[in-house]
Design a protein around this ligand. Structure first.
Ligand code: CAO
Length: 429
């Protein structure tokens, strides 16, 4: 059986990064996504998951080795059909799945990089200087995950391991010392029900995909921590659709698929520049106002939701936005988005317009403070003062973090987006 080489994937801006932990050994049977090694920079720890399945035959790194993108981590003898490359493939070079670096040492809840999702990859620490307390936290991703599950604040744990590294025992001790109290327990929530579904009929149990696991944890955190408030508005896009239909053939010749989404990105970007509270983030006792406008667009992929970010969307034309969106959607669906593609977002657009639905309540994507859901445009009778006329109405659903954005301001924001979409002339002013 041929050996597959698993190499260090794209780890963003980092190179010559120290290996601080090797979590597999020769002879182990691993799956795709099994964590292999942990890397540590001065800013972040990252867990590198495997991109191949099979039996570990050789490990090419040691604790203390310095590695960069493309370096060999280990060789795996593949299980038949276990990997997209196939067990019978000749010895191949394969990078571990791309990981999105994050300042994992900067906050208690930051997940290890190998766990960072599209939603999360830009969610924590990025562009934020870690506090000195946070900088002092030395814990591997496995320990961070364990602490998160226990609801233990790592900044309160005294590490007893080498160079003050926090061990599992340290976390357990603090957990016991607090009488088992935790962030989750503070909410006095019931434990999740554990049900033997097979008692009621046939079932098929599948492990959650990595992206689902990560985004699930982030969604739950965002849902619980953010006081959401949602607003619904219809934009009259009759004229926009006429314009789009006129331009569709020309756009196709230019290699662009012109859907309503790039227009929405443009309208949102323009509105964000006018509403600083919506284009902000909360950091402790501060509010960070961004002078740039980077808009994330949620993309549905077979493995879960990814959020690539269109940078400086306010400065781009509709064709360019459409082109970038199509490129990002294709990359997301092929699992090829890089960390940089998903970082820096100020706001997220989640479009179900190609699918249907009327309105929904999207969950704010921390550390952003607002998200816009788009549903399918439909012809509706609209009263124009004399009678009902058929107009194409686009349902907009805005959720905001009420701590950062007042209700009135959020209302004005969504009404402004609707105004821009209803009258394209407003977009060029
Ligand atoms: N109303 C009516 N039709 C719409 C529409 C809307 N709001 N938005 C898009 N459409 C149409 C498009 O014009 C296209 O039709 P044509 O091919 O006839 O022009 C069709 O729907 C399909 O569009 P698309 O999905 O291929 O492209 P898009 O630019 O609309 O969207 C993307 C791109 C990446 C946003 C989309 O593919 C996607 O992944 N959406 C899912 C996002 C998601 O899951 N969000 C989560 C919600 S809750 O967590």
């Amino acid at each position: 059986m041929a050996l597959q080489e698993v190499r260090v994937p794209d780890i963003g801006e980092y190179s010559n990064v120290s290996v601080i932990e090797i979590t597999v050994k020769v002879g182990d049977t691993i799956k795709e996504e099994t964590p292999l090694i942990t890397l540590e920079t001065d800013k972040a720890t990252m867990e590198i998951p495997s991109s191949a399945a099979g039996v570990v035959k050789e490990i090419a790194v040691k604790v203390g080795s310095k590695v960069s993108k493309g370096d060999l981590i280990l060789k795996v003898e593949g299980a038949a059909g276990a990997s997209p490359m196939g067990a019978d493939a000749p010895a191949e070079k394969k990078a571990a799945a791309p990981v999105a670096p994050a300042a994992a040492t900067s906050t208690l809840t930051s997940p290890p990089v190998g766990e960072v999702s599209a939603r999360q990859s830009r969610a924590e620490g990025e562009g934020v200087k870690p506090s000195s307390d946070a900088e002092a936290i030395y814990a591997s991703p496995a320990i961070r995950r364990f602490a998160r599950e226990m609801g233990v604040d790592l900044s309160r744990v005294q590490g007893s391991g080498r160079k003050g590294r926090i061990t599992e025992e340290d976390v357990k001790q603090l957990f016991k010392g607090t009488g088992g109290s935790s962030v989750g327990a503070g909410l006095n929530l019931l434990a999740d029900p554990v049900v033997d579904f097979a008692k009621f009929g046939e079932v098929d149990v599948q492990p959650l995909s990595r992206i689902k696991k990560i985004s699930g944890a982030n969604l739950a955190r965002n849902w619980v921590k953010i006081p959401h408030i949602s607003f619904f508005e219809d934009a009259d896009i009759t004229a926009l659709e006429e314009f789009r239909a006129d331009k569709k053939a020309e756009a196709e010749k230019a290699g662009v698929k012109l859907t309503p989404v790039p227009f929405i990105v443009k309208a949102v970007a323009k509105a964000l520049a006018k509403f600083p509270n919506v284009n902000s983030s909360l950091q402790g006792d501060s509010q960070v106002f961004k002078k740039y406008v980077h808009v994330g667009v949620a993309v549905d992929t077979p493995n879960g939701l990814m959020v690539p970010v269109i940078k400086n969307a306010d400065q781009k034309g509709i064709y360019q936005l459409a082109r970038e969106l199509a490129e990002f959607a294709a990359k997301a669906k092929d699992g090829k988005l890089t960390a940089a593609d998903m970082q820096g977002g100020c706001f997220t657009i989640s479009s179900l317009g190609g699918i249907g639905t009327q309105y929904f309540t999207p969950i704010v994507n921390m550390p952003e403070v607002a998200i816009l859901g788009i549903s399918k445009a439909q012809m509706k009778p609209v009263y124009d003062g004399q009678g009902f006329v058929p107009r194409l109405m686009l349902p907009l659903s805005l959720s905001v973090d009420h701590r950062a954005v007042d209700g009135a301001e959020a209302g004005r924001f969504v009404v402004t987006v609707a105004k821009y979409l209803s009258d394209l002339r407003e977009l060029i002013l």
